[in-house]
Write a protein that binds this ligand. Structure first.
Ligand code: ADP
Ligand code: MG
Length: 323
């Protein structure tokens, strides 16, 4: 398969959008940005063996390569629109390219993202997606807006994806139902775009928890110059996870497991009802797990004692490095 054939597979991937003036096929892409909006952009590189096991399917790699970027948009409350893609592959592989394009396409269409260009090179498997989109001029969520007295919230069930990765890598043996649910949380993460957009004007700060609650809550605290108290008893844990591991391991995974692509956010207590009804409308869970304080320390509390993880974030199980 030549580069030209590969690009042909990708040409039909993603949504088609009226605001794409020039897409794949010319020297650069051109898009229309509506008046009153700002361009929002992010990029993430995924390396085989570092960011995902080499054994997962090209479909899942395609989905994840866009999902990690969509999650950053969710955390900004921004609207994704266009993506570019840099693919590095060791050899021409038609089946791989078709499967990759299908995975990328499935998620891109869900969020109306058009693939407008990219580059293709020969090398070790790596995928970089740049995502671009818009936000109304004064409507962006930052990490830096939290203040003392705010509630701390988290969406979904942190820890599931890390447990799913352990299943996929053969480090955790579970019954099929739990194994399937948890590995799907790693393979097909669901970026919280609608939640992020709904939180604009409600949340004071937000971040997506790609490196685990413990590490990413520290980033919000540092950016906002506040401290946080997180109550471990409040951490939402899925049934699949709680039935799969010892309670102490469940705590560890929920607090430090990476790859969940859920949102951690802060908001004034007066917004509790609004957040609960937003979560209800989106048919998802948002859980209040703590609060912000003036003193700039982040404390995780379990049974009134300070709790410390034995690992932090992505190095859980100490199996990967270089992220
Ligand atoms: P150039 O030499 O100008 O970089 P290429 O031959 O690399 O052109 O690419 C031709 C067209 O195909 C361009 O529009 C480019 O954006 C697009 N393209 C190349 N690789 C990819 C890819 N991996 N994903 C999406 N579009 C791609
Ligand atoms: Mg090129």
């Amino acid at each position: 398969m030549s580069e030209i054939q590969l690009i042909e597979h990708l040409r039909s991937a993603g949504a088609s959008r009226d605001d794409v003036v020039v897409g794949i096929g010319d020297d650069a892409a051109v898009v229309e940005i509506p008046a009153g909006y700002r361009l929002v952009a992010c990029v993430d590189a995924l390396l085989a063996g570092t960011h995902f096991p080499e054994t997962i399917s090209a479909y899942h790699i395609g989905w994840r390569s866009l999902a990690v970027n969509l999650s950053d948009f969710a955390a900004m409350g921004a609207e994704p629109r266009w993506a570019t893609l840099v693919l590095s592959l060791p050899q021409a592989d038609d089946d791989w390219a078709v499967d990759f394009a299908r995975g990328f396409d499935a998620l891109a269409r869900l969020h109306d993202v058009a693939l407008i260009g990219g580059d293709t090179v020969r090398g070790p498997v790596s995928i970089s997606v740049q995502l671009m989109g818009v936000a109304a001029s004064d409507k962006i969520l930052l990490r830096s807006g939290a203040s003392a007295g705010d509630d701390v919230w988290v969406s979904g069930f942190p820890g599931d994806a890390a447990a799913g990765l352990a299943v996929l890598e053969g480090r955790l043996n579970l019954a099929a139902t739990a194994a399937d649910y948890l590995s799907e949380r790693f393979l097909l993460p669901t970026p919280r775009i609608a939640l992020g957009q709904g939180l604009v004007g409600v949340a004071s700060a937000a971040i997506d928890i790609s490196d685990g609650l413990y590490v990413d809550s520290g980033r919000v605290a540092a950016a906002s110059r506040v401290g946080l108290v997180i109550e471990m008893e409040r951490l939402p844990v899925s049934r699949a996870l709680s039935e799969s591991c010892e309670p102490s391991e469940v705590m560890e995974l929920a607090a430090t497991g990476g790859d969940d692509y859920e949102l951690l956010f802060t908001a004034r207590p007066g917004h509790r009802k609004a957040i609960e009804s937003l979560a209800g409308r989106l048919n998802m869970s948002c859980t209040r797990i703590g609060y912000a304080i003036e003193e700039q320390t982040v404390t995780y509390v379990l049974e009134s004692e300070r709790w410390m993880p034995s690992h932090t974030g992505f190095d859980h199980f100490a199996h990967r490095s270089g992220r």
